[in-house]
Design a protein. Structure first.
Length: 95
């Protein structure tokens, strides 16, 4: 987060500026791959407030369900899956 320091009457204050990159690591507990209101809200925030969202693809795998979870389905966000140190797909990642 960017900050701006100000000096006023001998006091130093810090005013926080609006962040430009937001990281989200949460999603549906049972992803279906369907676009939802959570993804729509991320799209809204990204466009209206000119923000960049980095979102996890998902950290829950139920059986053979490997769908990306919401809000990772947002059109105006970068959705990232997980890989291990050998560049193999992690068993907990949905993508």
């Amino acid at each position: 987060m960017q900050t701006r320091a100000t000096v006023s009457r001998g006091r130093i204050g810090v005013r926080f500026l609006q962040p430009h990159i937001i990281n989200l690591s949460f999603n549906d507990s049972n992803p279906t791959g369907d676009y939802s209101v959570a993804s729509a809200y991320v799209d809204y925030l990204a466009r209206v407030y000119n923000q960049i969202f980095i979102i996890s693809a998902g950290n829950v795998v139920n059986g053979n369900n490997y769908y990306v979870g919401n809000p990772g389905l947002a059109y105006n966000a970068a959705t990232i899956g997980a890989m291990d140190y050998e560049c193999e797909w992690c068993n907990f990642s949905c993508y």
